[in-house]
Design a protein around this ligand. Sequence first.
Ligand code: IPM
Ligand code: MG
Length: 372
Amino acid sequence: MKNFKICVLPGDGIGPEIMEEATRVIKALEGRTRRFHLELEEAVVGGASIDRYGVPLRDEVLELARGSDAVLLGAVGGPRWEGLDYSIRPERALLALRKELRLFANLRPARIYTPLVDASTLKREVVEGVDIMVVRELTGGIYFGTPRGVETLPDGTQRGVNTLVYTTAEVERIARVAFDVARKRRKKLTSVDKANVLEATELWRKVVSEVAREYPDVELSHMYVDNCAMQVIRDPRQFDVIVTTNMFGDIISDEVSMLTGSIGMLPSASLGSDGPAMYEPIHGSAPDIAGKGMANPLAMILSVAMMLRYSFGFDEEARLVEDAVEKSLEEGYRTPDIYSPGTTKVGTREMADRVIENLSDKPAWREENHTS
Ligand code: IPM
Ligand code: MG
């Protein structure tokens, strides 16, 4: 039996509620498969940390994350902290974790679960069968470029500045991740930029094209981000893997999440080249529904599945979780965000209960392999 140390960061808003369900799923899975033990160490980040310690991310929490085998994060932020300086906003915790752990590659899979095709605001014939992987660059671009800030000019008006920067090396490494991912899927990669206007993304396009020579088996195409925003709604099935900058990836991934019916369905994995990876839903802290027990825990639970797969190589267990999610949806259980007439509306806890119940205790690989 393998032991792993998981740094658990519930955060703010619905973060703690969905994290509680995700940890219940972990415990249930441990009990059923007996292949691993995940030692969970919880810490406070984001607005909750600001309230208690005055800062969104304490050094000791960063060290805890660094010393773990993987990090699970719920969500950070909320209107209560919006007036604060950028340097101590809840979001800083997330950005600092990504930066300090060098998690440059963010994988955001948008897969349509068949029972949810009618939960999307788009027509069934548009979303049926959609399976897109957005590979978002996560530690560069306009999110981190300098100079940045707001300065007051001599005439008393102000000037706000952010800088979009990408180096060859940064583009190369994210491109390689995207090509590798595409190679294991349908071998189609769309690189999304704004090369007709932004020089930094003109370089992006050039470097991605150069890396493409190492991957003759993957079909690469380029698309401007405005066109991409339209195409993912018009004909999402044309996409397999999308690779793009930090900010474009933030926006496009929210957009493709709606194909799946709800942003509450999308997990993500943030990977570096070494050290622990971080797993989090792509949705935010949803302060409007926090504490009401109605948040969708599935993105968080599916993030656990991604952790099992990408950090620990437990593919079968990951699939077990994903299958349990799918089965629960097939049985008609829905949190309010994915509810449609004729289905059964449940809260956060009950949705997780359904998933736990559906974690099959006799997965196929155990029958084949009694030694594990
Ligand atoms: C996301 C979120 C974050 C981002 C925020 C909370 C800083 O929107 O993970 O997509 O912009 O990266
Ligand atoms: Mg976002």
